[in-house]
Design a protein around this ligand. Sequence first.
Ligand SMILES: Nc1ncnc2c1ncn2[C@@H]1O[C@H](COP(=O)(O)OP(=O)(O)OP(=O)(O)O)[C@@H](O)[C@H]1O
Ligand SMILES: [Mg+2]
Length: 390
Amino acid sequence: MSKIRVENLTKIFGKHPKKILQNVEKGMTREEIFKMTGQTVGISKVNFSVNEGETFVIMGLSGSGKSTLIRCLNLLNKPTAGKIFVDDENIIDYDKKELREFRRNKIAMVFQHFGLFSHKTVIENVEFGLEVKGLSKEERYDISKETLQAVGLKGWENFRISELSGGMKQRVGLARALANDPEIILMDEPFSALDPLIRRDMHSELLDLQSKMKKTIVFITHDVNEAFKLGDRVAVLKDGEIVQIDTPEEIIENPANDYIKNFVRDIDRSRILKAENVMKKAAIKFGKALQPKIAITLLEEADVDYGFIIQRETSKLEGIITIDDLALAVKQKKTIEELMHSDYKAVHKDVYIKEIIEIALDTKYPIAVLNDNEEFIGRIHRGTLLKALI
Ligand SMILES: Nc1ncnc2c1ncn2[C@@H]1O[C@H](COP(=O)(O)OP(=O)(O)OP(=O)(O)O)[C@@H](O)[C@H]1O
Ligand SMILES: [Mg+2]
């Protein structure tokens, strides 16, 4: 179900946004409008929806309109045109009271430069939203303490913000957003001020937290590696317009245009593509009771050297056999069961290619791909692996 749905959202900065809007409607680009009027189109006719529990990443270069867009989602920016539905309510129609409730209960934001009260303590910062909400002192304290522990800041409650490193400050920012238990978390380049190692820690932490919390997250970044690591889906923004929205795998495999192609050129594909993305579904499968002669015919017709031995009722893989083994079986009057190999390698469909490459070095057979029920769903040849990487 979609939690957030954005329709034709446009934000124009300047004195006469409504007038400029007509030009946007006519299809003029941001650059043309700027040249003609000196006014900036922050975002232009943006459409997307975010599913409940999804991490939706918006990626774009500096100035592409990322902050403008995310700040529309909690109405820190008032859109010039368009609609924003959250749980099917157009939040743009909210009156003051409804908006206050919305910001208090449903949505929270984590900012790039932390946005914390630096003279207050860690726990006071986390308690802030709860205080506004009217919780008692004890409740506030308990929730904040627990949330700080969840983000790895146990024992730091009474330190002042000014005494913390950047990474720790952003953990406080995250704790403050989480303490309110919002349904939606907006994150505007939360990790871009952190150095790479700390950033990597924060990525793992966020993925870990999200696997438990299942919040709806809108995450902004200019870093394609970060986008693909965190995002279930990624929207690419260019000059205020969305160019492509897809899963990281889809974007890599089917970039919408040269701009996107260029964007993802340097990405390490082996960390994005998974077994399922590169496997071949078609494979010659048979039971171990099949006559070797018939198995040879099957392999020959398909022009492959290997067959997979499957347990028919369960679709579980039992072994692998080569065409040479089968020839031997015919000659020596042996059964498939006697000659099949069980030292094949199998991976779950969600395993990254990076790991499969290592496994591939360790086997001479194609690698079997299994689903959640450990059923055989496809195969990967070493050649396929290499091809996927270029
Ligand atoms: N309050 C404002 N008044 C006027 N122009 C603005 C305002 N906020 C943003 N803009 C303009 O809108 C465009 C998009 O800016 P925005 O801050 O959304 O980009 P961004 O993608 O977040 O960039 P960055 O990666 O640098 O944070 C820019 O041209 C910017 O100058
Ligand atoms: Mg920004």
